[in-house]
Design a protein around this ligand. Sequence first.
Ligand code: SMO
Length: 735
Amino acid sequence: MKFLNWFQKKKTASTVATPVSYNITGPKRIGDAVLRDEDLKLITGRGQYVDDIDIGPHLILTFVRSSIANGLIKELDVSEARVTEGVFHIFTADDTASLGKLAVNPVLETMQDCPYPILAKDMVHTVGEPVAAILSTSSAAGLDASELVHLEITPLEGTKSQLAMASLEESVISQTWNVGNYSDERLEEANYTVSTKVEHPRLAPSPMENRAIAVKFHEENESVTVYLSTQTPHRAKSELARIINIPADKISVITHDVGGAFGMKASLYPEEVMAVWAAFQTKQSVKWISTRNEDLLSATHGRGLQTEGTLTFDATGKFIALKAKVTAPLGHWLPNSAAIPAWNAARMLPGPYDIPDLHIETRGVSLNTAPVGIYRGAGRPEAITLMEKLVDLAARKIDMDPVEIRRLNLISEAALPKKSETGANLDSGNYVALLDNLIEKTDYVNLKSRIENETDPNSLKGIGVSFYVEPCGKGWESARVTLHPNGSISAKSGSSSQGHGRSTAFRQILSDLFEADISKISLEFGNTETCPEGIGALASRSTSIGGSALLKAGQEVLKKAKEKPNHTEDITVDLVYENDGEAWGYGAYLTEVSIDRLTGQLSVDQITCIDDAGKIINPMMVEGQIMGGIAQGVGEALMEQVLYSDDGQLITGSLMDYALPRASDMPALSISKTETPSPNNLLGAKGVGEAGTIAAPVSILNATYHALRDFDVQNLQMPLTSEKIWRAMQRKTKD
Ligand code: SMO
């Protein structure tokens, strides 16, 4: 009977907890599952993506890109292309020499002056690096002309397309932390140690809308309006002004709907700088819409980090020390957030566990590849994957249950907030209670014994657990809230959105506060001229910081309105809000997998998760974020991988070669939530958008190891393709 229940559970569709309200009028509360009213236009093809925007007559930008990963430009002759019909102008590196460089967020010390090539000069450093920029009246003319550009490149020795080819002595960024009484000697004396190495596949974030920019040139005052698919409109404006050396008031950035971003659109690209600069140079409007191939070649990749760790513990399973080394690939130039994955992957260790003595090293190394930057999770999955794999190994070594060893070592509720010397400051939560909750929800003890007593020789079953913590951004965001005499409210936010339903959630915050009909509340963001300045939608910061800014402005408006009832004029409050530190979401995942003994095909059957994202504004959206994160986590665990050949050719240059997960690859999901407000921001919200990408991959990995417990599997790396698993099963079985 029990088996039958389990079997049926496996076959059910995803289960989520929250009933959804279709009513998008009337007052809404924080915590209501209000449907996103932005969705109707998005799913009926009426969104406004960059290529949908009419900027009037304009030129099309086409890039001639390097086909060699590392070489000297021997000849670059654009004369024939220049006189092709429809070609307006062609720029090369000599034209762009005076342009400045992008700023890099200095979370880690940057030891070298890194390039930010707009167009390659003399040398190329990766396949796909732009060498010439063609402005033409049509994309067909641009494409024709690009084939008439004579570009000859002499390949150079010493191409570094993989981390293994690079010398770690040449690190561009690095940092080392020694915490507590860490010493290698103590490690040698200790009763038990386990070590592991994780090689994360390099991933292509792959939003539905590729990178896109449309620059409208205004002749009357020689200014531009830049329509940009970005996570950071305000930063794009200030960086464009600085790099091009044009007063910022000549540049407005407008971001309408963004067709996904996932970290890939957090930073300004050379191609985008080129489009804006070219508009000023030619006094013409300019458009560049990247193709999927161009995005795979030259947009930022994520992950690709390698982590190594040694965990020391005693006979009772109590952790004593952790030594970890993080190595991050960097591409041929550094996007603004280039150092974030290497920083997060290191400074978050040891995650949710209490380990007094730590030695952590992190570094980043430049390669002849596309730039590498943040991708949903941005170092968090790397820290947690290493930690959670070590924890499973430790449990196995002393024959302890994986949940029990976690329970023993999780930081207690009483110990929070806990400030670590790596700069992490875990704010609030009850980690043990959440884990207990998961044990209960999954009927863990029975589930485990069922799985381990499974007798079908052709279907190997396993379960894997992971526990994660997730820091969300710190710093400031801004808001402007106006209460009109007729009771309607208009708000403007410095935060932005890339399809996460920000508008509905933010209006819910005000609807709750003012007890006002949500349809009477309007919200604007993504426009540098009409909205207050802000950082943007990244690092899980928008709800916790941007939402708190909005709440605070709303509270002050309400206070003023109460002081003067029956006001006949608008009451406006404009403010900048800064949080008191990062809010740390957390949660636990349990994954059930089965492996086909004959083919090695891995199937993720079920993921049960409990996430604590602090104060929840809209539970339906939180569940959506968790599902989306899990989908991308399943992608990393099962199939996604950007591959370069040793000489730096991109092997996965199309979505025929780069495998993205499909709906049919999704496991059944059972999502639930607990709610521990963060003391560090006014709303009490924490991040959740990255949760699934952090916790799902390693729970799948741990479940896979569990399923393969009768084989001698040592070094199985994601993506867990059937070939890798099949090969692992061919090796000698354990005695
Ligand atoms: S990877 Mo997120 O956009 O900080």
